[in-house]
Design a binder for this molecule. Structure first.
Ligand code: NFS
Length: 682
């Protein structure tokens, strides 16, 4: 090699930083082990790429506009901030606040579109089931159907010939609910009907502000229009529109998705299972289901249990078939069937690195393209199933999933996994980490669990909040982010909250993080909770961290909050509750839409990890973080330090307790407990 070249190689080597210790990348021992293993095998994962590529310094500030071809116009915040007038402008004159608000609005649009398009898929299948056009989907929860029908203005009773009140035929109700539900997407005028489920003062406020969504799709399209060059150049007016779209997600598309999934597949109730990569079994066919819509996964769960499939697996030398899930599909099939969780977002590549995954079947959302490349280093088959989400790289198989042939499609997929079992080529290394958990806390389940089957009620929860045993409610949700130490902030924040007697409701990848460290067992209460929350959990037999499902199931948290308001004694609206929301390791556009519908519902919502893309516009940031409180009673915040993050939530909860006049009760109850412990010790 020429001297010059040698010099270059040496210089490049010098520049190459040593790979970080896996313990600095994740708190999860299974993840750490598999990062090590991927390095041994020289299989590149997101953890490596996050070291090689740093985020764009202007993009993260939210002030890069690429909405026309005269740009991208980049308006970074000058070092030291802005003193005096902010003169930064894009070519068209767009200010930093206009650009930041436009970008934020587009994130809401994308997030709301993802959730709502998922909801549309469910609604279409539900309609096909109601019309009896499909055989594989049937109504499994008629009780829930009857409960939700009035919200869609569908009668559940009819008057008989003699004036008596008769129950309506369930198929008739299903058909009308299906038609009404599907109409919410394309509706042009009026209101998305489920918005009325919000507490009355909230709904009235939205009406007054004119932010009740007219139709789910319409609000998303209008964002795309208004953020085109030269349209809406007023950040407050843009906020008005993205609020409509976000409400259309949380109280519309997502909520209808959850409703109809429950009716089709059954409303979740507490179920035991386990979590983390240790749920994979070396001697079984491992089929991992990854994505979001339960339409496909429900069928796979059924198909994998068929005696003929189990028999085939045995013929191929396996002891059986082990299903497990990644991301929100994992949460869906866990909640309804107890199928174990293999892991959250950042573990999808690592599941394949075990060498034990015979097939990974994906539908849509949060699927990293790189799973296809990782799979090429192993025998794993990646099976895409949705016409909206194919993968060009690697060697993926596409088995298109059709609701008319759903069960047959699912059987094909299971078979493919089984046939792949004997083709394992690399040594199988499965980390021995798996934690027990209880999931399945739909808002209906919480109702029954607290109040008993015949007198289901949120009153006991409210009583315990009022008497101070429970300080408040924390909703901790959202993603993993490769820029944040995997799972660390979820777990730190949740532990800090329950230590201070805040009960935690969780969904998505946050729920998986909590499950993996054992926070979802009733026994966790004694170990991690403050005395008040521990006492309540032990008495009722619930974990201090309640798994409420996937990200579209954040609508369950909205409904739980509404039930708490209705149960009385804690104010008249969600914004009065001693409650706060958090997305500690957010990354997706869906998270922004969720964050905003929580804010618009009156919740103080703190994001952590990667900063919110608004820092380049102090004016717009201030509007989101401060002024929205005066409008909605809820506002955004950001805090990267997880302990401080939890403390901010607790401070907000205490502020609300004070406003409700129940702050003294907590001092009393803690004093009582201390006295009792002293007596016990004496
Ligand atoms: Ni939610 Fe589910 Fe996870 Fe984030 Fe992705 S899986 S919908 S977006 S990464 S929580």
């Amino acid at each position: 090699m020429a001297t010059e070249e040698v010099k270059k190689v040496v210089a490049a080597k010098k520049k190459e930083k040593p790979a970080p210790d896996p313990r600095d990348l994740s708190i999860d021992p299974a993840t750490q082990k598999m990062i090590e293993r991927s390095r041994e095998l020289e299989v590149e994962t997101i953890f490596d790429r996050a070291q090689k590529m740093k985020p764009c310094n202007i993009g993260v500030q939210g002030t890069c506009c690429k909405n026309c071809a005269q740009g991208p116009c980049r308006l970074p915040l000058p070092k030291g901030g802005i003193e005096g007038e902010d003169t930064r402008k894009g070519l068209c004159g767009a200010t930093a606040s206009t650009i930041a608000a436009r970008n934020f609005a587009r994130m809401v649009a994308a997030g709301a579109a993802a959730h709502s398009d998922h909801g549309r898929g469910v609604a279409e299948t539900f309609l096909a089931a109601a019309r009896k056009e499909v055989e594989d989907y049937k109504i499994q929860d008629p009780k829930k159907l009857i409960e939700i029908a009035p919200d869609f203005d569908v009668e559940t009773t009819v008057e008989g010939e003699n004036g008596e009140i008769l129950d309506r035929d369930i198929d008739e109700i299903a058909l009308e609910v299906a038609e009404r539900a599907i109409a919410q997407w394309g509706q042009q005028e009026g209101e998305v009907c489920t918005a009325k489920r919000a507490p009355k003062p909230r709904y009235e406020l939205w009406k007054k502000l004119d932010v009740v969504p007219r139709g789910i799709d319409r609000e998303i399209v209008e964002i795309m229009h208004r953020t085109h060059i030269g349209v809406d150049q007023d950040f407050e007016n843009l906020e008005h529109q993205f609020t409509r779209a976000a409400i259309g997600d949380g109280w519309g598309g997502s909520m209808i998705a959850t409703d109809l999934q429950d009716v089709l597949f059954g409303c979740p109730f507490p179920v035991r299972s386990s979590s983390n990569l240790g749920v994979l079994k070396e001697d079984h066919v491992n089929l991992v289901i990854h994505g979001h819509e339960p339409l496909l996964s429900e069928m796979i769960v059924e198909a994998a249990q068929l005696p003929e499939m189990v028999e085939l697996a045995k013929q191929k030398g396996a002891a059986g078939i082990q299903l497990s899930g990644i991301c929100c599909t994992a949460n869906e099939i866990l909640m309804r069937h107890g199928v174990p969780l293999a892991g959250n977002f950042l573990q999808q590549e690592l599941a394949i690195v075990t060498g034990a995954v015979d097939a990974m079947v994906v539908d849509l959302q949060c699927i990293m393209e790189n799973i296809a490349s990782v799979a090429q280093c192993f025998h794993t088959k990646i099976i895409t199933t949705n016409p909206k989400a194919k993968i060009a790289s690697g060697d993926t198989v596409h088995i298109e999933f059709d609701e008319h042939t759903a069960f047959e499609d699912a059987k094909k997929i299971v078979k493919l996994a089984i046939e792949n079992f004997p083709k394992r080529e690399k040594e199988v290394i499965i980390p021995d980490n798996a934690s027990e958990l209880i999931a399945g806390f739909s808002y209906e389940a919480i109702n029954y669990h607290l109040g008993g089957t015949f007198r289901g009620s949120y009153t006991p929860l409210n009583d315990n909040i009022i008497n101070g045993r429970i300080r408040g409610i924390g909703g901790v949700v959202g993603c993993n982010n490769a820029r944040t130490k995997h799972d660390n902030d979820h777990v730190t924040i949740i532990k800090e909250l329950i230590k201070h007697d805040v009960i935690v409701l969780t969904t998505g990848c946050s729920a998986i993080a909590a499950a993996k460290v054992g926070l979802m067992t009733p026994e966790a209460a004694k170990v991690y909770c403050g005395p008040g929350l521990a006492e309540v959990c032990e008495t009722v037999g619930i974990p201090p961290v309640l798994h409420m499902g996937s990200c579209v199931d954040n609508s369950r948290i909205l409904m739980a909050a509404t039930e708490v308001v209705k149960a009385g004694g804690l104010g008249n609206d969600i914004s009065d509750l001693p409650a706060a929301g958090s997305a500690p390791e957010w990354m997706s556009e869906k998270a922004i839409s969720i964050g905003h519908y929580f804010v618009a519902s009156g919740v103080y919502t703190v994001f952590g990890g990667a900063s919110l893309p608004v820092t380049g516009s102090p004016v717009f940031q201030n509007y989101l973080f401060k002024e929205l409180e005066n409008i909605y009673g809820g506002m955004w915040d950001f805090e990267a330090d997880p302990v401080e993050h939890a403390r901010k939530m607790i401070a907000h909860i205490d502020k609300k307790r004070k406003a409700l006049g129940i702050d003294k009760a907590r001092e009393r109850v803690l004093f009582d407990m201390a006295a009792r412990r002293e007596m016990e010790a004496a």
